[in-house]
Write a protein of this length. Sequence first.
Length: 701
Amino acid sequence: AKKHQATLSARQSSSINPWTGRSYSSRYHSILQTRLQLPVYQFQSQLLEAVASNQIVVVEGETGSGKTTQIPQFLVEVGYALPGKTIVGCTQPRRVAATSIAARVAEEMDVTLGKTVGYTIRFEDVSDSESTVLKFLTDGMLLREAMNDPLLSKYSVIVLDEAHERTLATDVLMGLLMEVLPKRKKGSKFGELKVVVMSATLDAEKFQSYFHGAPLLKVPGRTFPVEIFYTAEPERNYVEAAVRTAIQIHKCEGPGDILVFLTGEQEIEQACEEIRLGAQDMGKDAPELVVYPLYSSLPPAQQKKIFTPAPGPRVVGGPPGRKVVVSTNIAETSLTIDGIVYVIDPGFSKQKVYNPRIRVESLLVSPISRASARQRSGRAGRTRPGKCFRLYTEQSFYNDLQETTYPEILRSKMANVVLTLKKLGIDDLVHFDFMDPPAPETLMRALELLNYLGALDDEGDMTDLGRQMAELPLDPQLSKMLICSPDFNCSEEIVNIVAAMSVPQIFMRPRESAKAADEAKAQFADATSDHITLLNAYAAYEEVPIEERKQWCWDNFINDRSIASAQNVKKQLRNIMTRLDIPLVTCRGSNGKYDTNTIRMALTNAMYMQVAYLQRQGSYLTVKDNQIVYLHPSSVIDGKPQWVLFEEFALTSKNYIRTVTTTRGEWLVDMAPHYFDLDNFPECEAKDELILEYKKKLRRG
Ligand code: ADP
Ligand code: MG
């Protein structure tokens, strides 16, 4: 470690950047000054020593102490990575965090993003096999890499960051690393693999004991007291209350930036707008207020803006301006924004919820835990004493909030994970070393789904189809749809549909011009299918010359960023299809029209487990799970067809099914007799209809 220290200080005082061979820029030196102030620097040699003498090290430290941006750099600087041979990888639960931190670290190291420092997120790989020594990637992508490289042979160190978040992929990775580490001891074929598990909360002891007593290092944090305020009464509308509080702070409180936590893009954009209007109303004499949103689908250039320092005073000697960042959970622990003194916490975030009984996984706005609330308030005390405004009552904090959020693995459908683990050769899921094992019913549901889809045989072994499905970075149903689409002569169309479904909603419907937006969408509508409507919009976009596309999207209420990323997704999927020998064929006739029947058959062939049947009284009932559902108002489906398949079950005020396609009883009994098996079918109107279909099928022969 002494040697490490020596190399480090040598590097820090040298004027030549060892990664580029060029002199450091002046920006490098100025950033270095701020970096050296971070608490992790005190702790550099202790960390490097612990890593040198242990295979696993657990690091716990206050958010903002420099763990994510500095620790991976310490490791590459002392030589854990060799360009073209081994790399240091650092996982992040969120895509935004992976891309934004990679950009920051590239800046700190004074190197090009995508060369020395890179990142990999689903459908986007900005790294280089020859020169990348440090790569930030989502935990899900590392899991994917493990499928083709089970020993993670190109990694010398894996930093599992934000482990306290307990995402599904991080939990699975931890279990996987427990199996990989003994095979990557010193002297093994690919050399020793080190793991650094980083966590922001006190839960670190839980990790320590899971990793059989790995050393636990605590980064000394520095935080200032944060005064907490609660509301006297519950707030009816938390977005409104958050806006009001932000304006109030700007009017009445001393200098310091504001961080507001909301749950998603729409809410955040709305709040930003209203805060801007509120600040305008205060007139030109009030200090300037700038407002920045932060959420995952925001383009990187805009995400970066949150780090712009607050504006100065309007007049020399006047009060300084203020910055407000309105963010999703990402600012809770993943990203640290300096200068925050006030935090507004309405107490909600979007969380994944899975109900195995009805097989529905949804993102619901749900109350956060007390642990999250504490993290959020902590963000106000990084640089000096701060204030946190909780928009709920103190009683509610103690009585209604859970102490911690359940790990995601207890709230997710497991089909994807089970397929991944099977591909990794882990057959005994019951004895896999999960930190918190998933509910048996959830595992059963996953195995059942994969068996119905033909990915696993009746013994639970992976089939050829299953192996192919595991290669695609998609949900099992979409993977199957894509793989089987050539049988229906429409793989060109299905890959477009899958790409358009893998990105944020491409149809926009701003409240103030809803009617115009609906009319624009109607041009693409296919009355039998929302999926084909997506396809039509996407195909129309591809025919517009590149330089006119932005305008075209604007005119047609299409989200241009979304549809452009759909193009990228499509490109990647087509590459994988080529690799898997899945032919690209089209059902488009010489008149340019699609054979929509075959497209709907291809959809049915993969989606038959998500089908609903029209009841005599007018609503739909989902097959087997018997949930009453309604067509979502955004659906372009004409009338009320007897059978529909759906992509998404949206649990809101009403149970809606979204992205819907008309299907036929005849297709269902043809394609999935093992699922629509009358002997095991609950009595219902759909069953009567299926009985008729089977009779017709017999007659057809
Ligand atoms: P931790 O992982 O311990 O929470 P980080 O390494 O994420 O801490 O953050 C360390 C510091 O780096 C913080 O002060 C943060 O504000 C700063 N930082 C991170 N990204 C950027 C960026 N893009 N621009 C400016 N400062 C940044
Ligand atoms: Mg961090």
